[in-house]
Design a protein around this ligand. Structure first.
Ligand SMILES: Nc1nc2c(ncn2[C@@H]2O[C@H](COP(=O)(O)OP(=O)(O)O)[C@@H](O)[C@H]2O)c(=O)[nH]1
Ligand SMILES: [Mg+2]
Length: 372
């Protein structure tokens, strides 16, 4: 049986059953409302911060005093987060949009600017063609009018990436993370746990990065901070952990399971097989699970993100993306490259390391933060 512990996971007696096999067998019965079952070979621990129902995150305290003590709003943080990209683009745009004639030289300069923001060749070409059309349709003559046309073109390009995550369509809704090491998977899970709690959702975390003890501890830490349960296992199999987490979520009427996974490169085929197995086993624990497979991308890799998106999508069938660390890079244009080459919904973007620095992606806010 599972054991439920306060904070410190303690091993429980292992069963002779071998869960990875059991979980991987097509005929494995899936209990409708599972008692947590001992289907794993290794000790399983559920770290429970508190047995009371999950509480919605507390509203940010408004410090008494002046307006200046106020925590910056999301729009302000988004703007600050995108400041590197904006500064880089802005300086160049200032020259471009300053005035003068719209001519071929100007288009060439614009092309160079878009490429340096890591938009990639295809998106850059697309944007240039679109801007040319808008310029001719609107009869624009002066370079100062180009900015509006470019903003509109960019908004049209990245707009389709904006899609709300449908949290209602299953309970528990199982969200599996994927991505390379250090992309921000575990941190994003911590942030999302809090974000979903503010929407009155009951959240459970699955410590599916079983390769490193530190990864388990890191997730347990996020669990404690957010007051949510973390299902983890010492050593062993990510698929088994996720299987058990889903069973526990069903039994406890949890709304959302966030499953962490170990980092991997898409070229590491054995590791890609391992994550495919996690996906299959989730599906055995609950039909249609995982409902979401999110690739977490570090914005610092710029347009190389496109290759990662394609490779993970081909292997796993991604349902969405999370772009982290936009605050540390001037390569924020990568979103345009993704929109052009593999338009998978960009559910969330991250602009910092605190709990509140991950929010749903808004194409309009993004374009405004880049240009204004
Ligand atoms: N500046 C910044 N750092 C981030 C962001 N998201 C994650 N990180 C940091 O990136 C590092 C790796 O994150 P982690 O979640 O452990 O990556 P994982 O290996 O994919 O699980 C940590 O130091 C995080 O604090 C972000 O949006 N902005
Ligand atoms: Mg991690």
């Amino acid at each position: 049986m599972f054991s439920f512990f306060k904070r410190k996971p303690t091993p429980v007696t292992p069963s002779p059953d071998t869960a990875p096999e059991a979980a991987d067998t097509p005929d494995t019965p899936v209990p409708a409302a599972a008692e947590p079952v001992n289907t794993v070979p290794e000790p399983v621990a559920v770290v429970e911060s508190t047995p009371v129902p999950l509480v919605a995150a507390e509203p940010e305290p408004e410090p008494a005093g002046t307006e200046t003590a106020r925590r910056p709003s999301w729009t302000e943080r988004l703007k600050a987060g995108l400041s590197k990209t904006r500064d880089k683009l802005g300086k160049q745009f200032a020259g471009l949009f300053g005035g003068g004639k719209i001519d071929e030289d100007l288009y060439e300069e614009l092309e160079a600017v878009l490429l340096t923001a890591d938009m990639g060749v295809s998106a850059t070409q697309h944007l240039l063609d679109d801007v040319r059309k808008r310029v001719s349709l609107r009869g624009l003559k002066d370079a100062s009018e180009l900015k509006g046309a470019l903003k509109d073109a960019l908004l049209d390009l990245i707009g389709p990436l904006e899609k709300p995550l449908d949290l209602q369509r299953a309970a528990p809704l199982v969200i599996m993370m994927a991505g390379v090491n250090g992309a921000g998977k575990t941190t994003s899970i911590g942030k999302l746990a809090k974000y979903f709690q503010t929407l009155d959702k009951r959240v459970l975390l699955a410590a599916g990065d079983t390769f490193r003890a530190a990864a388990r501890e890191q997730l347990a830490e996020w669990g404690t901070r957010n007051n949510v349960t973390v299902v983890s296992q010492q050593g062993g199999d990510a698929a088994a952990v996720c299987y058990d987490a889903i069973q526990a979520a069903i039994a406890r009427k949890i709304d959302i399971v966030l499953a962490d996974t170990a980092g991997r490169l898409p070229t590491q085929l054995h590791l890609m097989e391992e994550i495919k197995k996690v996906k299959r086993v989730c599906n055995k624990a609950l039909p249609d699970a995982p409902h979401e497979i999110l690739l977490v991308l570090d914005a610092n890799i710029g347009q190389n993100a496109v290759q990662q998106v394609k490779a993970f999508d081909d292997a796993l069938g991604l349902t969405g993306l999370i772009l982290t660390k936009l605050d540390g890079t001037a390569k924020g244009g990568a979103i345009a490259a993704i929109a052009r080459e593999r338009p998978i919904p960009m559910y969330f973007i991250g602009v910092g390391e605190t709990l509140d620095d991950l929010r749903p992606f808004s194409a309009r806010d993004y374009v405004d933060a880049l240009f204004d």
